[in-house]
Write a protein that binds this ligand. Structure first.
Ligand code: CDP
Ligand code: MG
Length: 738
């Protein structure tokens, strides 16, 4: 044995080591506590930084900490454990660490995974846990989400990840052999990916008896999960509920404009209520940014008018596309009083649903709940999935209220009437699997060999119509054959972490010599929006946007922006001057790099054409090959469009740069706000529909109407031309014979 190895072995046995005497999965609470108090970091073998002890003291106050022994015992004795505890009890940050101390994954070449329904949570919690464990984020503790991997192979042993990334990993590694324990966090949120993972893990657990599974939930759904996994009562780990009472207030009358009412309520609290921070729930980025601006302006006015009775206010937004550093601002302290004897400052966090259960912000005493959130809604009849601002459920409303009572008694202001709460709100939020487009998931399931999708062991079974629609789309895309078997194309499509329409485009684009451009377009469609439109510079922003616009359509505009970004990357002011979001562009470039690697692995070359006219035409043809189910036809001269087959009347979204109002368009998204819109719109030719999606545009099976007649005319023209060319083809040889 070489000397260094002997030394390493000896070091491992050294009684001064923090993990001395630890036997995997036989570790006790006493052992973990003594390791936590040790001067050396067990994972880096370095002395702890000063902040380690400070954070450790805060961790000790979490309800979960005092039940460490009980948890480790249940974990030791059961393969599958259900953990239930109020939000803020320390589940997400502490349980994975307890598991890591018990599993000792770093000594066994395995990892502990903890899934999150939301990207923000995965990132933010990984950062917090890296701090708690006194390691660098991305090394021992990391996170992974679609298009962003902050882990180090061989070093990372605790990995926070989005549930959809773990689901994607199952495709390559069906037994999840890289993991010793998998924790599905916030399972009560019932996202599509978490639901499917529960089904898959239930099966894997039978063959991989060494794999442990923990299902964590903030609500009493736990019983449902226990039943689903047929677990014994002893496998339940329950944390005590919260201790502080919360007073709930309702409005007398329904509010006509909830965003305005919310701002008013925040200011009322700031003026009239005792110290404590405020959490306001709104539904999306624009709404949140707008509210923050207005609250800040009005609060500053209040302070200026009456600095002796109103304290300074800081307003922090929280939504998923914010960068990590800005997300972390929700944990900043409220501002200090402007002068020693004046009223204390207050922090207002204006957040999407992220703050409902995924992230806990200490110090919140007031919650303002307008009763809405953005939710995915799928209508299988018209095959439309959209993000709709919808009323929340009673369960959600209770969660939101609960955020007020973490550190002291709190108040929750519901901006709806008590009667509406009782009679209008659903009891529970409907699981995502029952209200979303299933095509991606169906493709993944078929790829891993699930043959009977109807009888698959779902936690909640999706409706047959939604399954049918998914199978139908995949069949039209040629990802599945007529018997429902996966085709080589479908198998390749499943390798891309994209919707099937996009992966289909990428895969066929080399045949049209425009894979470079389709890759750029796909990357831009997968990144957040790049356009910035500040309220005080709308006209300049619109002019800048117009300068990028390609007349044939928005997809080509996206490509143009992306290419110009690559050309101007050295120029730091370029994005700013053009009202473009640099971060979104960098993200698009990053996505491009990752998709390019998947293309390389599948031998898909990056091709382009120098003839621009031909190139643009080919790109638009590829769009048709992927999105032939998202075509709209102009409705006479009314300016509106009809979606093909489903006959929905839609308008071009104001964000679209397509001014020419062509007869036929392909669109990227159906958006429902004040009325139905289509966005991301590009002109196409009807002949392409018949040529590249002949199965779908089978006129014999087409519903009667103006669209069918228009297509019929095109068809007749095509047939006529085909006959012409046949005649000439036949006549030519004759001529030759002469
Ligand atoms: O998962 P659960 O809701 O049970 O609690 P948690 O997310 O583990 O939060 C436990 C504590 O960690 C809370 O007091 C949070 O405020 C704190 N925490 C934090 O300070 N910074 C973070 N980035 C995440 C959590
Ligand atoms: Mg949590």
């Amino acid at each position: 044995m070489p000397k260094y190895q002997k030394q390493a072995k000896k070091a491992a046995l050294n009684a001064n080591e923090p993990l001395y005497g630890f036997i995997p999965r036989r570790v006790t609470g006493a052992q973990v506590r003594s390791a936590l108090e040790h001067d050396l970091n067990p994972f880096t073998k370095q002395q702890h930084f000063a902040q380690y002890k400070r954070i450790l003291e805060a961790r000790k106050k979490l309800p979960v900490y005092s039940q460490m022994d009980e948890f480790l015992e249940i974990f030791k004795n059961n393969q599958i454990v259900v953990v239930v505890g109020e939000t803020g009890s320390g589940k997400t940050t502490q349980i994975p660490q307890f598991v890591a101390y018990s599993d000792l994954p770093h000594t066994r070449g395995k990892m502990v995974a903890c899934t999150q329904p939301r990207r923000v949570a995965a990132m933010s919690v990984a950062k917090r846990v890296a701090d708690e464990m006194d390691v660098q984020l991305g090394r021992q503790v990391g996170y992974s989400m679609r298009f962003e991997d902050m882990t180090e192979a061989g070093t990372t042993f605790l990995k926070y990840m989005t549930d959809s990334v773990l689901l994607q990993e199952v495709l390559d590694d069906p037994t999840l052999s890289r993991y010793s324990t998998i924790i599905l966090d916030d399972a009560h949120e019932r996202t599509l990916a978490t639901d499917i993972l529960m089904s898959l893990l239930k099966k894997v657990a039978k063959t991989r008896t060494d794999l442990k599974i923990i299902i964590m939930s903030a609500t009493l759904d736990a019983l449902k999960f226990q039943k689903y996994f047929s677990l014994a009562p002893a496998s339940l780990f329950e944390l005590p509920g919260r201790t502080h009472p919360i007073e709930v207030f309702y409005t007398q009358e329904p509010e006509a404009n909830y965003a305005e009412a919310a701002i008013r309520t925040v200011l009322m609290i700031h003026r009239g209520e005792g110290p404590g921070d405020i959490l306001l729930f709104l539904t999306g980025k624009e709404e949140i940014e707008d509210a923050c601006r207005k609250i800040k302006l009005e609060a500053d006015d209040l302070v200026n008018q009456d600095p002796d009775s109103v304290g300074p206010l800081m307003c922090v937004p929280l939504y998923s596309s914010l960068p990590l550093s800005q997300q972390q601002r929700i944990f900043d302290q409220a501002p200090k009083p402007t002068m020693p004897n004046r009223p204390p400052g207050r922090k207002v966090v204006v957040s999407t649903n992220i703050a409902e259960t995924s992230l806990t912000i200490d110090g919140i005493v007031y919650v303002v709940d307008p009763g809405f959130s953005k939710q995915k809604v799928y209508n299988p009849r018209i095959r439309v999935e959209s993000q709709l601002v919808s009323p929340i459920s009673k369960a959600s409303a209770r969660q939101r209220a609960g955020r007020a009572g973490r550190t002291q008694p709190g108040k929750c202001f519901r901006l709806y009437t008590e009667k509406d709460f009782m009679t209008q709100l659903e009891e529970q939020t409907i699981p995502e699997i029952l209200r979303c487009n299933l095509s991606n998931t169906v493709l993944q399931l078929v790829k891993i060999g699930v043959t009977d999708l109807v009888r698959f062991d779902y936690v909640d079974r999706p409706g047959p119509e939604a399954l049918m629609r998914a199978l139908e789309l995949l069949n039209y895309l040629a990802a599945l054959d007529d018997d429902g078997n996966i085709t080589p194309l479908g198998s390749m499509m499943a390798d891309f972490p994209l919707d099937p329409q996009l992966s289909k485009m990428l895969i066929i684009s080399p045949e049209f010599n425009c894979s470079t451009e389709i890759l750029a377009i796909t990357s831009m469609l997968s990144a957040p929006s790049v356009w910035i439109r500040p309220p005080n510079a709308r006209n300049q922003a619109d002019a800048a946007k117009a300068s990028f616009t390609v007349p044939e359509g928005d997809h080509l505009t996206f490509m143009n922006v992306f290419n110009q970004y690559l050309t101007n990357k050295g120029d730091k002011r370029w994005a700013y001057d053009n009202f473009l979001d640099m971060r979104a562009l960098t993200q698009a470039e990053n996505i491009q790099g990752q998709l390019e690697r998947t293309m390389q692995q599948n031998d898909l070359p990056l091709l382009s054409l120098t003839d621009k006219r031909k190139l643009f035409q080919n790109i638009r043809q590829v769009l048709v090959c992927g999105f032939f189910m998202q075509i709209a036809h102009k409705e006479g001269d009314k300016g509106s469009y009809l979606t093909v087959k489903d006959n929905q009347v839609v308008q071009l979204h104001p964000s679209s740069g397509l001014d020419s109002r062509p007869e036929w368009v392909v669109y990227n998204e159906f958006v429902l706000t004040d009325r139905p819109y289509i966005s991301g719109v590009t002109e196409v030719r009807p002949e392409w529909l018949l040529e590249f999606a002949s199965n779908y545009f089978d006129l014999k099976a087409f519903p009667d109407g103006e669209t069918k007649r228009a297509l019929q005319r095109v068809q007749n023209r095509r047939l006529g031309r085909a006959e012409d060319s046949e005649i000439s083809a036949v006549s030519k040889p004759r001529k030759n014979k002469k």
